[in-house]
Design a protein around this ligand. Structure first.
Ligand SMILES: [Zn+2]
Length: 276
């Protein structure tokens, strides 16, 4: 009788010990999953791992496989050069940052010649944008935009000795002036050996009269979602707020581990809607 009671007690104790151990193991597993699901990387970004969620990475979520990639920001400035370009070049120099300038032929005046020469000397890149940045004229017919670009291309080559393969459609490849011919237009540029660039981050600095704070916020919020953001900004004569915002943008993104390079070092980027 006593022996049976003793065996019963030992059996219960074993059951309780196993249960406790199982509880501890389960607890550890749950805790580990919790740790794996979210982590903060060196640049302060919160990452969600695919292993736990089972979902593919969206634009807002950095994929685990990309985690090891370097953070390289591609700043681009459209619609210059102008007096604001000089200020932008000064700021870029301070941060040892390189950028790409999609220039307008009509702004390549004798007065602005030195600015273009300085861009090249300081290691920035120049891309084609438009000779005459007038959307309705540029996109007037099937061939009008190609003729316009030839003018710009020839001027850059003859007057500045610049041959570029970088190009950005005025308004971007998804603008309504393309009239549904976007794929043909991109193919025509590819045939000429050109590489086309839209953007995945916009400072929205040419829309209305944005404040410096808003441009900064637009760029920061957008750029931090990507390892290799292509940032749209402007260096036209009215882009004063952009100049002011740029100082803070460079300081903040530098401190978060981003380097700044020209698009010569990046593969083509075209809006998804223009590719599909
Ligand atoms: Zn433009």
């Amino acid at each position: 009788m006593e022996r049976r009671i003793r065996e019963k007690i030992i059996g219960k104790l074993l059951f309780l010990t196993n249960g406790a151990m199982l509880g501890i193991i389960l607890g550890l597993l749950v805790q580990n999953c919790g740790q794996r699901q979210w982590s903060v990387n060196a640049s302060g970004l919160v990452e969600k791992t695919e292993a736990v969620t089972g979902t593919s990475a969206s634009a807002n979520v950095i994929n685990q496989s990309e985690k090891e990639e370097e953070n390289i920001c591609y700043l681009t400035f459209d619609d210059g050069p102008s007096s604001n370009t000089v200020k932008i070049l000064d700021i870029l120099k301070k941060y040892e940052a390189k950028a790409t300038f999609f220039v307008i032929g009509n702004s390549l005046t004798e007065e602005n010649r030195e600015i273009v020469e300085r861009m090249i000397k300081e290691g920035h890149c120049i891309g084609l944008h438009a000779n005459d940045h007038n959307y309705s004229k540029f996109y007037e017919s099937e061939n009008s935009w190609q003729q316009d670009l030839e003018l710009l291309e020839n001027r850059l080559e003859k007057e500045y000795g610049i041959k570029t393969r970088l190009f950005r459609f005025p308004g971007g490849s998804a603008c309504h002036y393309m009239k549904g011919n976007v794929k043909e237009h991109i193919a025509a540029m590819h045939e000429k050996g050109m590489v086309c660039f839209d953007w995945n981050v916009s400072g929205e600095d040419s829309v209305g009269s944005p404040t410096t704070a808003l441009i900064y916020q637009n760029v920061l919020q957008g750029a931090l979602k990507y390892h290799t953001p292509v940032v749209l900004l402007h260096d036209s004569s009215i882009a004063d707020a952009t100049v002011e915002a740029l100082k803070d943008i460079l300081r903040e993104l530098s401190s978060r581990g981003y380097r700044f390079e020209t698009l010569e070092n990046r593969k083509e980027y075209i809006f998804r809607s223009s590719r599909e």
